[in-house]
Design a binder for this molecule. Sequence first.
Ligand SMILES: *[C@@H]1O[C@H](CO)[C@@H](O)[C@H](O)[C@H]1NC(C)=O
Ligand SMILES: *[C@@H]1O[C@H](CO)[C@@H](O)[C@H](O)[C@H]1NC(C)=O
Ligand SMILES: *[C@@H]1O[C@H](CO)[C@@H](O)[C@H](O)[C@H]1NC(C)=O
Ligand SMILES: *[C@@H]1O[C@H](CO)[C@@H](O)[C@H](O)[C@H]1NC(C)=O
Ligand SMILES: *[C@@H]1O[C@H](CO)[C@@H](O)[C@H](O)[C@H]1NC(C)=O
Length: 453
Amino acid sequence: MATILTFLLVATFLRPLATAKSTIEPCSNFDTCSALVGYSLYTDLKVSELASIFSVDPISLLLVNAIDISYPDVENHILPAGLFIKTPISCSCVDGIRKSSSTVYKTRPSDTLASISAVIYGGLVSADQIKGANPKAALSDPSVLNIGTKLNIPLPCTCFDNKDNDLPTIYMSYLVTPTDTLMGLAARYATTLTDLMNVNALGSPAIEEGDNTTTLTDLMNVKAVGSPAIEDCDILAIPLSACASNFPRYASDYGLFVPNGSYAIAASHCVQCSCGPGSRSLYCMPTSLAVSCSSMQCKRSNLMLGNVTSQSTSAGCKVTSCSYDGFVNGTIITSLSTSLQPRCPGQQQFPPLVSPPKALPDSLFAPTQAPAPAPSHSPSPSESGGFPKKHSNQKPSVLPSSGAVLGFPPTNIPTGNASVESSGTGSLVNPFSIISTTFLLGSVFKFLLSLPF
Ligand SMILES: *[C@@H]1O[C@H](CO)[C@@H](O)[C@H](O)[C@H]1NC(C)=O
Ligand SMILES: *[C@@H]1O[C@H](CO)[C@@H](O)[C@H](O)[C@H]1NC(C)=O
Ligand SMILES: *[C@@H]1O[C@H](CO)[C@@H](O)[C@H](O)[C@H]1NC(C)=O
Ligand SMILES: *[C@@H]1O[C@H](CO)[C@@H](O)[C@H](O)[C@H]1NC(C)=O
Ligand SMILES: *[C@@H]1O[C@H](CO)[C@@H](O)[C@H](O)[C@H]1NC(C)=O
């Protein structure tokens, strides 16, 4: 919380309104960090299609949402429109500001910068920002782009040293929807109102940018605005508690952070790591995926990666563990450690997995539902992710409001497989054929605003 005052709020898109603010993090080094982007599917998408929109490994995408990957043919599973998911991204420093530099979008027929911005990426990035990140691509919005053009998509992200209140944290960029409140978001993501306001500089005078770009020079010339309220389309950084890795800098998975209640895959799919419940330590073990892997046995012991043995002694419990220490040059590094603890650890606990969602929870479409009340308990990660929780009867309080905000009237709900079947080959369907009128109007409005008048 100490350094928060340096975090500025700037207008990013909907330029003429100049109201949408985004929490950005100035930066000056070339380090990258693990970050997340919250995203609501604009149409039914296969897991692999969704992963390609964000240039991420489908397995990583599923695991960070605690979705069971042992499900048959899981990469071709179709996720429903409106589903809220967290996407892992690598957060870099570009032109003095934290953003994703590894997200690449390959244009498809009839894409425009405005549609890529407002529809595919749901407003997380503006057309101008995409334009700015692709100086060589000779873009002339709103005209249709050449098919197959590879565009860098500078998604918003923050690192903030992967800490919040000095505890390991991964930050999720979150696009505010009209029904969101800070209290509701704090409850949904098991953080506090104070933290959310501090991280996003909402308590202190925020800075509003009047221009369409987000260069540092512009940030220096901005006027202060005082409103702590959040508004539709603001982009917030939401701190999620996480488990930190402690791999050496030369490991290819250096800096891995795993959000509480989820999993990550490492070492070319050989190792899976999990975080929580009940522990803030990263726990890694071999995956059950059929891949060939280098040895996962700890040297000078018969313990395998993930094995923990304990032995009660008069002085306490002697715990020996074989843990994962990173992936170096194709080799899985393990380390054996012994410690004396007051009590012997119990059985390793794993975050609960959900099966791949097939449909949004019914209650999402309940007629004109009032903004979801903030849950009075700390929601579990699966709830926060917006997945239908197995055996749950408390849906309304934990729904992803972003899904509801798309405003699908009941008659327009793209049912599980219908809309994708009509597209034939499983390629992306024309977004406009299935997006609701409400969302369509919103998008057109955004297109108009983004035209260079
Ligand atoms: C050690 O780990 C391996 C691989 O996960 C597992 O099959 C085995 O049962 C574990 N052994 C002990 C003693 O925990
Ligand atoms: C990785 O392998 C290359 C060549 O095999 C070697 O030069 C390099 O030092 C190795 N890196 C580490 C961290 O071991
Ligand atoms: C992690 O999530 C669980 C719920 O799944 C919660 O009980 C626990 O307090 C969380 N841990 C931390 C450190 O936030
Ligand atoms: C999906 O398709 C199958 C077979 O084509 C059909 O039985 C099922 O009802 C469909 N589900 C939905 C949600 O439309
Ligand atoms: C963005 O602002 C710059 C001035 O900073 C201006 O030259 C440019 O035309 C603007 N672009 C659009 C699309 O409005």
